[in-house]
Design a protein around this ligand. Structure first.
Ligand SMILES: *Cc1c(COP(=O)(O)O)cnc(C)c1O
Length: 429
């Protein structure tokens, strides 16, 4: 089992590779990081993030396009800094995320604010710093946003998130562009809602947006959604409301388990061909990729604590858990799990589980591993929707994070202590 793992990059993850019998992120040995910083530990490759971004940048070369990183995928400050320095804007979903963008040095003018339920306080905060666009998803929210803007003597730039009603063929929890979904404004009412938006004193219509789902590995849903959106742009503009920018959302998938999503540049070559054919190629374009910029750039290191053989199953109990890696428990998601320093021997099938008191606390099922207590495992494709969804359940402090840049490793988040987890609480009396 070890022979074919040595001296090779992991599939789809060129910056994470075995060299001899050591797994490295760029030039840094993961075994060393686990020893220095402890486990569980998230490790990210800066080069992998920039290379994922470069695929989009190549795809948009010569176009007017703004890439807004959907930061809910991974909102750690140093990760935001990498993208801000590379010229990205940010797609945010809360006032808290806006505060992070500013703390990381991001440009508020390149921020778009998504989500179905923005509070008045969040709207005010975003208007005061001058964000680029509010992506609004209901008439009720349009009315409130206009009111808040008028009270500040401002006009809020808005785009309406329309629901193109296409099936992205992904997990139902991460599919967002279908009719039965809480997201977006129905295709059929879009023209009327745009007219309403254009009539409100506190709003300035600037764009249209959609986001059909996440972990999309097929090109067709994107092409279908684009057709629907362009039909709408034509209808809205002929009803007298000009649309400045078109925002196609995020959603491009990554490799978790041999998935083969299109490369961002290849996907956009097809999408731009359609835009050109329909006469919209020179419009201002926006996209909101999240997972595809960071997902394959990160791993989570975890130490094997105990092996527990059973009659029906063997358990490999590790020190990372569902509070660190929530995707398996939430979506039955698959993450590959490999040894950081593979050993020779007979592989045994294990369920890899954490110490949290829930049967849903598993990280991988039926994995063939050669392991002993004390070994360090790497849970792959852990750069997106892991740390940003991590919790303190079971009063577990959240993991530390390291950003690797060449042969340098920077600690970008300290491990949370138990005290940190209850620092804001008070006894009564
Ligand atoms: C989550 C989200 C994204 C990013 O989705 P990914 O699948 O991570 O690319 C983009 N836009 C909106 C509105 C979102 O909610």
């Amino acid at each position: 089992m070890t022979a074919d793992l040595t001296a090779s990059a992991l599939p789809g993850q060129p910056f994470i590779a075995y060299q001899g019998s050591d797994l490295r992120v760029e030039g840094v040995r993961l075994a060393d990081l686990a020893r220095t910083h402890g486990t569980p530990l998230f490790v990210y490759s800066k080069a992998a993030m920039l290379s994922a971004l470069a695929a989009y940048q190549r795809g948009f070369a010569g176009r007017q396009a703004q890439i807004c990183y959907a930061m809910k995928a991974n909102s750690s400050l140093a990760v935001l800094q990498v993208f801000a320095d590379a010229g990205c804007g940010f797609d945010i979903v809360s006032g808290g995320e806006l505060a992070r963008v500013l703390a990381a040095g991001g440009d508020p003018a390149k921020v778009i604010f998504s989500g179905v339920g923005k509070t008045r306080a969040e709207m005010k905060q975003a208007l005061q710093v001058g964000i680029g666009c509010f992506n609004v998803e209901s008439e009720a929210e349009l009315d409130v946003l206009s009111e808040v803007a008028v009270s500040l003597g401002k006009q809020a730039p808005v785009s309406l998130r329309v629901n193109p009603n296409v099936d992205p063929k992904t997990h139902p929890y991460i599919s967002t562009g279908l009719k039965g979904n809480k997201f977006g404004i129905a295709h059929e009412s879009a023209v009327q809602v745009y007219q309403h938006a254009a009539s409100l004193p506190g709003l300035k219509v600037v764009g249209i947006d959609c986001h059909i789902g996440s972990q999309i590995t097929d090109t067709t849903p994107y092409l279908d959604a684009m057709d629907r959106i362009l039909d709408l742009v034509a209808a809205i503009e002929s009803a007298g409301v000009p649309i400045h920018h078109i925002d196609f959302g995020g959603g491009l998938g990554i490799n978790y388990n041999g998935d083969t999503p299109p490369e961002a540049d290849a996907l956009w070559a097809q999408l731009l061909a359609k835009l050109d054919a329909r006469g919209y190629g020179q419009r201002q374009l926006m996209i909101e990729p999240g997972r595809s910029l960071v997902g394959n750039a990160g791993v989570c290191l975890t130490e094997v604590m105990y092996l527990k053989p059973g009659e029906q199953k063997n358990f490999c109990i590790v020190d990372a858990a569902m509070n660190d890696l929530p995707r398996p428990a939430m979506y039955q998601a698959f993450h590959q799990i490999v040894a950081v320093s593979p050993r020779q021997g007979e592989a045994v099938a294990y369920d890899v589980v954490g110490p949290v008191c829930e049967s849903g606390d598993w990280i991988g099922r039926d994995r063939q591993l050669v392991v002993q207590a004390g070994d360090v495992l790497a849970v792959l494709s852990a750069g997106a929707y892991c740390m940003s969804m991590a919790s303190n359940y079971n009063t577990r402090g959240r993991a530390a994070e390291v950003l690797v840049d060449g042969d340098q490793a920077h600690l970008i988040r300290q491990r949370e202590s138990a005290f940190d987890t209850f620092a804001l609480e008070q006894l009564v009396g």
